[in-house]
Design a protein around this ligand. Structure first.
Ligand SMILES: O=P(O)(O)O[C@H]1O[C@H](CO)[C@@H](O)[C@H]1O
Ligand SMILES: O=c1cc[nH]c(=O)[nH]1
Length: 235
């Protein structure tokens, strides 16, 4: 039986899901990892691909941009399809001098300006954190190469209009990058007692835009984060 946003039967979605933001990136990842993958849904043009990598089932699809979009898919994947693990393989903007374009940030936790996590537990300011076994698996898959960071990020509701003083303060508190989904993903995974991780490629830098990725590079430069994300998905 399908959901309002995924037209797949329950057995058509694997327990482990790779969830980039961009549907074109999802298509590329599926084609690279699973040439024999089945297209099990394409509601709203969002292709959902299920196949096997080294004999282990995997689904790849996109979250769309922002926590409301990701929230729809994550809820349906966890509640209806019994997905156990979602790994976001996305892009993020660097906001600290400690990261550069092309680096990879494993998002240990995600601050947010969104109200989505505010009402989860009355009286509590929810901490959106990654699942440790997935963090460990992602880091182990990368080895000691330079440019890997395991640190907090910030998940914002707005792509444009980052207040400079807020960005500076976040950097002072050890936050490395800004994106738009991890805090929602981590909270929804916690709600369902499932696992989640975001592995983010730095595609642009708020402090120095001179080396920013082009739109094509944002779509295609994900090999390192994909290797790590796949290891986490199948940990
Ligand atoms: O490249 P993705 O994974 O979509 O991630 C980032 O890019 C989008 C904004 O351009 C937001 O979704 C943000 O989180
Ligand atoms: O949300 C995002 C994603 C990539 N780069 C940014 O500056 N912000």
């Amino acid at each position: 039986m399908p959901t309002p946003h995924i037209a797949a039967e329950q057995g058509d979605i694997a327990p482990a899901v790779l969830l980039p933001g961009d549907p074109r990136r999802a298509e590329r990842i599926a084609a690279q990892l699973m040439p024999d993958a089945r297209l099990v849904s394409e509601v709203r043009g969002n292709g959902v691909y299920t196949g096997e990598v080294d004999g282990r089932p995997l689904t790849v699809m996109a979250s769309g941009m922002g926590m409301p979009s990701l929230g729809i898919y994550a809820n349906e994947l966890f509640s209806h399809y019994d997905v156990q693990r979602i790994v976001r393989v996305g892009t993020a903007g660097g906001l600290s001098p400690a990261v550069g374009v092309g680096d990879v940030v494993v998002a240990l936790g995600a601050h947010t300006d969104s109200a989505m996590n505010e009402r989860r537990i009355p009286g509590i300011r929810f901490s959106a954190v990654a699942s440790y076994p997935l963090v460990a698996a992602a880091v182990a898959a990368d080895g000691d190469a330079p440019g890997l960071h395991v640190a907090p990020v910030v998940s914002r509701d707005h792509f444009y209009g980052n207040p400079p003083e807020q960005i500076r303060a976040l950097a002072d508190y050890g936050t490395l990058a800004v994106e738009m989904e991890a805090a929602g993903l981590y909270a929804i995974a916690a709600e369902y007692g499932r696992e989640a991780l975001a592995v983010l490629t730095i595609s642009d830098h708020l402090l120095d835009p001179s080396g920013d990725f082009s739109p094509e590079e944002r779509e295609q430069n994900f090999q390192r984060s994909l290797r790590m994300g796949l290891a986490a998905a199948h940990a």
